[in-house]
Design a binder for this molecule. Sequence first.
Ligand code: DX5
Ligand code: ZN
Length: 216
Amino acid sequence: MVIAPSILSANFANLEKDIHVVEAGKVSYLHVDVMDGHFVPNITFGPSVVAAIRKVTKLTLDCHLMIENPENLIPEFAKAGGDILTIHVESTRHIFRALQLIHDNGAKAGIVLNPGTSLEAIKPVLSLVDQVLVMTVNPGFGGQKFIPEMVKKVADLKQIRDAGGYQFDIEVDGGINDKTIKLCSDAGANVFVAGSYVYGVDDPVKQIKTLENAVK
Ligand code: DX5
Ligand code: ZN
């Protein structure tokens, strides 16, 4: 299992420091939320910030691209050092091509669904992806409440993966805390994004340990 702290809840004026803080918690992933103000009603940062982050950490950069037509920027995010580029099935008319483009640029490819999008929408591309991200809040903001209906979606996805002999990781993102992580883990998720739960307190390392212990 992997905990992926989301720097959306970090201090943007002290990103390097806040990245080293979670490194001390021995995580292997850093979740990087890219928002364009179109696909979601919020703006964060682009490839230049990802490149700057790449220079200060060896953590796997798990880039969650909440942007319209991600194919326009996939080469830039790969060049910037994104290890996993996860794109929304709702964000492009050409999802197959966009996922191929991620692999062509040497990154791992993830697909993500909004809470209101059915698993049917991603079935045609499951053989192509390294990771499926199930949004457990509406994308755009940190600190929202976990949507409990998504637990069944994770369980259904796990069943589809096992029946189809696929290998992808199942990631959840949004409202993850010491209670919801267990629900998602029991349903089959193995990568857990946590933003406000990790960064919203004085001791992020302790929070990471609490999350790990909750699914042991
Ligand atoms: C929301 C982002 C999440 C966000 C999660 O659109 O995709 O990664 O950082 O934040 P929390 O863990 O606070 O719900
Ligand atoms: Zn995210």
